[in-house]
Each structure stands twice: as structure tokens, then as C-alpha cells.
Write a protein that binds this ligand. Structure first.
Ligand SMILES: [Zn+2]
Ligand SMILES: [Zn+2]
Length: 240
């Protein structure tokens, strides 16, 4: 299993990340990553980027230093109805969107409430990836989530940063094992993202790689193994 893409990267524009787009791309090139997505935090996150930042991402070239670029955003889910802090216009302006539950944008809650919320989010045709669903502070019924992901063409993320020993998200590994078990059972695709907040974390997906390998997770269900397939999977949902 070879990971050729990294779909979750923050730059200076996120407000609590420390590298430029140029630094991110140079690092991706150095590591031989074929494709990256730049997914800064939207304005609901303290210090997140203004809407105009995302609208103007179209000025980026499609490729730099031999690395293909997808423009993106990591939007905040702001209530249990599945509403988010970004306009349709913003989400249409970028190539792909990750939607995530983050404090302080939404309070922790129970499994039933949050599962319904994420199901609603996945129905949004402009949302491609659910970011770090393994966060146990926001518990989910993974059987329902995995089925809904399959039905809506949404990718569930294996977030590499959350799996690191110093992660601030406790118990992630166990909850991802449960999620990936259902993904295998229901033939549901996942995507791995570094969630890099500084350049040297770009393309660094080893914790996720080790977990997937340990679980003998099918490579064909991991979108990072084929960047062309990843791009067409993402655009297919958006065309609906
Ligand atoms: Zn996040
Ligand atoms: Zn992130």
C-alpha cells in the first residue's frame, strides 16, 4: 500500500498553523507526494481564514514543483442540525471540502445527537470528507456513519495527527478500529490525511499506514493509493 496523496493540510491562513503554501508544496515534492489538498480552517474557528481567502484560491496553479494541488477548506459544523460555517459559494469555489467537529465551534454531545448531525452533513453534496471522525469526545455510531458515507459518496478520514502518541484526541485508535471494521464490512472508502499544521508534517501518514496495515485493510478502499481515482471520486459527489 503506497500513499500518494495528502488531503488535509493547513497553512498560515488557518491562524494556528505555521507554514506557507510554498513551503507545503516544496515538502510534498521532496517526499514524492503526487497530490495535496490545502484545507485551511474557515472563519468559525478563531483565527480561521476569511471567506475571500477561499474564493481567491483559484489563482493557484494546478501543479507546483511537480505536485498536483486541490484547493479546499476544512469547514466547522456549528450545530446538531448539520449546519456549517461556510456558504455554498465558498464551498463551490474550492475543489473539495472537509467538514469537522471542533471545539469551540460546537459543544460535545451524545452519540445519538452527533450521529444524526454527521448523517445530515454527509447529505450535503459539496462536502467530501468527514474530518477526524475518530475523535471520541464526539462519539458516533459508526455502523450508521459508514453506511451513510457509502450511500452519499462521502469519505471518512483516518486522521494521522490524531493517531500520534502526543495527540490531544484520546482513544482515537480504538474508535478507528471500530470504524474501519465497518468500512471493510460495507466496502466503504476512506481517505488518510496528515492534518499538517507545519510543513514537515505534510505527507507524513505513517501512523495511519501502520494501523491500516495491522488491520489488513484493503488498499482499494484507501483513496490515497490512487490520486486520479481520488480526484474523480471527489468530483463525482459534487456533480450530483
Ligand atoms: Zn480538524
Ligand atoms: Zn485540520
Amino acid at each position: 500500500m503506497n500513499f500518494l496523496a495528502d488531503t488535509h493540510i493547513h497553512t498560515l491562513a488557518s491562524g494556528h498553523a505555521y507554514s506557507t503554501i510554498d513551503e507545503v508544496l516544496r515538502e510534498a515534492s521532496r517526499k514524492g507526494t503526487e497530490l495535496i489538498a490545502i484545507t485551511d480552517h474557515t472563519s468559525g474557528m478563531p483565527g480561521g481564514a476569511h471567506d475571500f481567502y477561499f474564493m481567491n484560491l483559484r489563482i493557484l496553479p494546478k501543479e507546483m514543483y511537480g505536485v498536483k494541488i486541490l484547493t479546499g477548506a476544512e469547514v466547522n459544523i456549528i450545530d446538531y442540525e448539520g449546519n456549517i460555517d461556510a456558504s455554498q459559494e465558498l464551498m463551490r469555489a474550492v475543489d473539495m471540502v472537509i467538514a469537522s467537529l471542533h471545539p469551540p465551534c460546537i459543544d460535545f454531545s451524545d452519540e445519538q445527537t452527533l450521529t444524526k448531525c454527521i448523517e445530515k452533513v454527509m447529505e450535503n453534496p459539496l462536502i467530501n470528507i468527514i474530518g477526524h471522525p475518530g475523535d471520541t469526545r464526539y462519539p458516533l455510531d459508526f455502523e450508521r456513519i459508514v453506511k451513510k458515507a457509502k450511500a452519499t459518496g462521502t469519505l471518512l478520514e483516518v486522521n494521522n495527527a490524531s493517531l500520534k502518541p502526543d495527540s490531544f484526541r484520546p482513544g482515537v485508535r480504538e474508535s478507528l478500529v471500530t470504524m474501519l471494521g465497518y468500512c471493510k464490512q460495507y466496502d466503504t472508502e476512506v481517505v488518510v490525511g496528515s492534518d499538517a499544521h507545519i510543513f514537515f508534517e505534510v505527507g507524513e501518514l505513517s501512523e495511519s499506514y501502520n494501523l491500516l496495515k495491522e488491520l489488513d485493510f484493503p488498499a482499494e478502499l484507501v483513496m490515497n493509493t490512487n490520486s486520479d481515482r481520488l480526484v474523480s471520486f471527489i468530483s463525482e459527489k459534487r456533480l450530483k
